[in-house]
Design a protein around this ligand. Structure first.
Ligand SMILES: *Cc1c(COP(=O)(O)O)cnc(C)c1O
Length: 453
């Protein structure tokens, strides 16, 4: 009998609710606070920027289960469930007794998990009468997902893309424009913030910080326009739990339960999406699954940052968020995993690390590409440079199992494919990439700019 490799749910088996781990956490996340008054922020403080329903979800520490709106479920059915795959070929190449499974979030037309939150954010924006949405994007995966979701719900999307990445990864902006979005390289002359930045530094290459400032300004100065975000915030992680809730059912079909759950980590949304539904069984039912978030060695907020109130953006325009951070103006090296170049961790994950329910691991860039190549050559999928961090962490654990002879069940998230990231693979194959370890003094220097609360 041949071994079953792939597990897929029928339409009528798809989860119809998201899981809000805030309700079950032993210690609730601390609230976001206003930078000037230091007062906790409520729904009304956030709702002039974000769709109101997203703000309600953001601050909901009571309801463990949130209904997925019918219209969002209909759109999820375009591409869900995503396959859960047993990576037999990878196991064999490693000679490990571990059972390795991955949840393949790269199979939707946009190529990453980000569409799972772009859809509900646009749906809620449309519901409350908004006509326009705006956002920033770095590497471009979020911008692509948002552009498509906006089109599906009849909204106009304006995306500010970091100028330097627009030049490095030109196809991402072509995709966004194909879906009908207006794409502007940031910093631009179209906003006050952009003009100020360009006046000071005409050659500014742009950063997520400049792009966030411009998008937030557009949202607050344009009638019927809301701002959306692709990671970090609680409601984004909530929407992503569709990944873990499906995986839970699919692992059951495989007749196994994970000893380890692993995902790469930028702001925490694909990690939380896969991990939280399983973590609830650690919190409520005494399971002992280990949860590992894999971050780049060059941006090590989980492993070497401090738990502090810090700004969510480089310029310091956002509320103060309680997070593991290496400083909001930290300048990460220009590594190829663009989606992991963020200085802070989401509020929920930060509290969970503090409480010992999960841990971070940092991985050097060359090890991630080595893992990406092995995965491509065994499983036939070229992973996004971000996702290779999860693969590298998985390979480390599978090798440990080889030494100890343990048959651990490891589940990781393949957050996206790398087919628009081939210039990164090209650089690796040409031997042009290197590792970037951050000196302690540098982290300490940026941490001194974090507000003292
Ligand atoms: C954006 C992105 C990430 C990182 O974001 P999280 O919110 O931490 O998940 C990881 N993988 C891919 C493919 C991405 O596009």
């Amino acid at each position: 009998m041949s071994k079953q490799k792939k597990f897929i749910l029928q339409e009528n088996e798809l989860p119809t609710q998201w899981y809000n781990i805030q309700a079950d956490m032993p210690n609730k996340p601390l609230p976001p606070i206003h930078p000037a008054t230091k007062q906790p922020l409520g729904v009304d403080d956030l709702a002039h920027i974000f769709p109101r329903e997203c703000c309600v979800q953001e601050l909901d520490t009571e309801h463990a289960w949130i209904d997925i709106p019918e219209e969002v479920l209909d759109k999820y059915k375009f591409y869900r469930s995503t396959p859960l795959v047993r990576a037999y070929a990878l196991e064999e190449a490693l000679g490990t007794p571990a059972h390795i499974y991955f949840k393949n979030e790269s199979t939707n037309p946009l190529g990453s998990h980000k569409i799972n939150s772009a859809l509900p954010q646009c749906y809620y924006a449309k519901q409350e009468g908004t006509t326009n949405v705006t956002t920033e994007t770095g590497a471009g995966q979020w911008g692509m997902a948002l552009s498509y979701a906006a089109k599906l719900f009849g909204l106009d999307a304006a995306v500010y893309q970091v100028k330097i990445t627009m030049q490095q990864k030109p196809y991402r902006s072509s995709v966004m424009r194909t879906f009908g979005a207006a794409v502007t390289a940031s910093p631009s002359m179209s906003t006050r913030a952009g003009k100020d930045i360009i006046t000071k530094d005409p050659m500014h290459p742009g950063s997520l910080g400049t792009a966030i400032s411009e998008a937030v300004e557009l949202a607050t100065t344009t009638p019927n326009c809301k701002y959306t975000l692709g990671s970090v915030l609680n409601h984004v992680g909530l929407h992503q739990t569709i990944i873990g809730l499906e995986a839970e059912k699919q692992m059951e079909m495989a007749g196994e339960y994970p000893d380890m759950v692993i995902a790469c980590f930028g702001g925490g949304s694909n990690f939380g999406g896969l991990a939280f539904p399983f973590m609830r069984h650690n919190i409520l039912d005494g399971k002992t699954t280990e949860f590992i978030a894999a971050e780049p060695e060059s941006c090590p907020k989980l492993t070497r940052g401090e738990f502090r109130y810090d700004f969510g953006d480089e310029a310091g325009y956002t509320p103060l968020l309680p997070m593991y951070t290496i400083g909001h103006d930290f300048k990460p090296a220009n590594i190829h995993a663009g989606g992991l170049r963020y200085h802070g961790a989401g509020m929920i994950v930060s509290q969970l690390i503090k409480d010992g329910l999960m841990r971070g691991v940092d991985i050097p860039q060359l090890e991630t590409f080595e893992a990406g190549l092995l995965f491509a050559q065994t499983e036939g999928i070229i992973p996004a440079p971000e996702s290779t961090h999860a693969i590298a962490a998985t390979i480390r654990e599978a090798k440990k199992c080889k030494e100890t002879g343990e048959e651990k069940v490891i589940l990781f998230n393949l957050s996206g494919h790398g087919l628009i990231d081939m210039p990164s693979y090209e650089s690796y194959l040409n031997g042009d990439l290197r590792n970037y370890e951050v000196p302690d003094e540098e982290i300490q220097k940026y941490l001194t700019n974090v507000p003292k609360i």
